[in-house]
Design a protein around this ligand. Structure first.
Ligand code: PEP
Ligand code: MG
Length: 325
């Protein structure tokens, strides 16, 4: 089986009828790039930058961040690199930020909320990202977006940073390419409006699931609700994909659900552009896409979206899948 999988590290990722997709990796540090390339990753769909902020007692400087981002971009040799801006709070506790303890950290002062409140910190990161974009195919995306205003303020800050770099004559990306993670119910529900304000969507199914069902992703007792086979979640993702398509932007999935084999035909049918998955999953995900026919996937999706029970839907999808294996 391993030899068979090795084939998929190199060939193009496309369905039997020729729909192209790219399989990216989720990474947390520069060190992951070696394994990414060995496993046939076609880029980075989610660079979780929190580790940079967790590493020391003090905040990472622009120079340090620039070095890390541009090294990764270089090693990717033109493959896309999507850097997620700081996603502090919730399950990601970062001591150096000095965020006070909260009753409900998952619903609290986190991610984009913290960053917009600390424009200097946010601009430092954006500046490093734009500079890394001078030599590579980089873009950035913002976590936990819940309002259009957060998007507009982020874009305004990025424009400010770009103007400052220009004034100083520092090389940077020619165009600002801003994506948002779709991981709050507000963003999912109003995806049509958000899609007009950003350059791409990346669906964070880990958080989207927990917030959609109001079920803590860390709490073992509610894992049933947190299932990626919840029909309500799948209908929400389909809606997000349709809104993205309608507005001509790319839609990726970067949460855990993206790499679940039995769900991949649904992502194909929904027109998801790219999947960003954990490094070990890359060859398998590429193989499944290559063995999928769009018309079959559409048929499976039509039936899947009629279910009401996560358990029954999981059984159904796994059955569809077992015919192939
Ligand atoms: C997600 O929420 O689905 C996601 C990809 O981001 P994280 O797991 O880092 O919150
Ligand atoms: Mg998330």
């Amino acid at each position: 089986e391993k030899q068979q999988l090795d084939r998929y590290k190199k060939c193009a990722t496309q369905t039997l009828d020729g729909t192209k997709m790219q399989v990216y990796a989720n990474i947390t540090s520069e060190n992951d790039v070696t394994a990414l390339l060995e496993n046939g990753g076609e880029g980075v769909g989610l660079f979780r930058t929190e580790f940079l902020y967790m590493a020391g007692e003090s905040l990472p400087t622009e120079e340090l961040q620039y070095k890390v981002y541009s090294n990764i971009a270089k090693r990717l040799e033109g493959r896309p690199l999507i850097i997620r801006t700081l996603d502090a709070g919730g399950d990601k506790n970062i001591g150096s930020l000095g965020i006070e303890k909260e009753e409900n950290p998952f619903l609290g002062y986190r991610a984009i909320r913290y960053c917009l409140d600390h424009p200097e910190l946010f601009k430092t990161q954006i500046s490093a990202i734009l500079r890394a974009g001078a030599g590579g195919n980089t873009s950035f995306m913002v976590p936990m977006i819940a309002t259009i205003d957060e998007v507009l303020r982020t874009r305004a800050l990025a424009e400010e940073v770009k103007a400052e770099l220009e004034k100083k004559g520092i090389p940077h990306a020619g165009a600002i390419h801003i994506g948002m993670m779709v991981e709050t119910p507000a963003a999912a529900f109003d995806a049509d409006r958000f899609a007009r304000e950003v350059d791409f969507f990346s669906i964070g199914t880990n958080d989207l699931t927990q917030y959609l069902f109001a079920a803590d992703r860390m709490n073992q007792r509610v894992t049933g609700l947190n299932s990626y086979f919840q029909p309500t979640l799948l209908r929400a993702i389909k809606h997000i994909c349709e809104c993205g398509k309608r507005n001509g932007i790319e839609v990726d999935i970067c949460g855990q659900a993206g790499e679940i084999p039995a769900l991949i035909p649904l992502w194909v049918a929904m027109g998801v552009d790219n999947l960003s998955v954990s490094i070990p999953a890359i060859p398998k995900v590429r193989k499944i896409i290559c063995e999928t026919r769009s018309s079959d996937a559409a048929e499976i999706m039509k039936k899947a979206l009629l279910f009401d029970s996560a358990q029954e839907l999981e059984e159904f999808l796994k059955q569809q899948f077992s015919h192939k294996e």
